[in-house]
Ligand binder design. Sequence first.
Ligand SMILES: [Ca+2]
Length: 197
Amino acid sequence: MGEKENRQVLKDTPSLSALSPDLHHSITLFLPPAHSSSLNTHFRILPPRLRQIHALSIQGNYELRIDLEDFENSTAFAQYGVFGVGLFSVDPEDDGYPLTIADYSGTAGDSLLKHNGMKFTTKDKDNDHSENNCASFYHGAWWYRNCHTSNLNGQYLGGQHTSYADGIEWSSWTGWQYSLKFTEMKIRPTREERESK
Ligand SMILES: [Ca+2]
């Protein structure tokens, strides 16, 4: 796969953590070295970063890989051959940074395809299909529908919890009452594109 050598994992910036419960949950750029020189940031999936994820994802065809780990040190992943944010938006911010996602493979099960086409909802910007604000209700920020099958910006609740769906959930792997220890979202150009360069 050559993934290890292509992987660019850079230090996070603590100041970006304000809206996220801890530093274990992030989007990491996952690009060939040729792409990495002009891109020096470890992305997190927060509203200020959506603009940058959008700017990157419109440059070509990207795939997404999500790695997950529970508190028994079990790991699983979900990969999506198609990923983009605001791909068809004239004004992506005004449009709510809608998610384009397709083509699942992996071991964690799919917990994201139902979010395809959804806009990003935060506690102060309700773009979801619920009569409530899903971000407030589930203590996260995500491409909520009504409301979610995954909540990777949820609260860091440390494994099993009695509250419902408000932790760092990936429902197809650990249900709606298990807040994961570690998650990471990475994007990179699709293989066809890499090979043509
Ligand atoms: Ca709503």
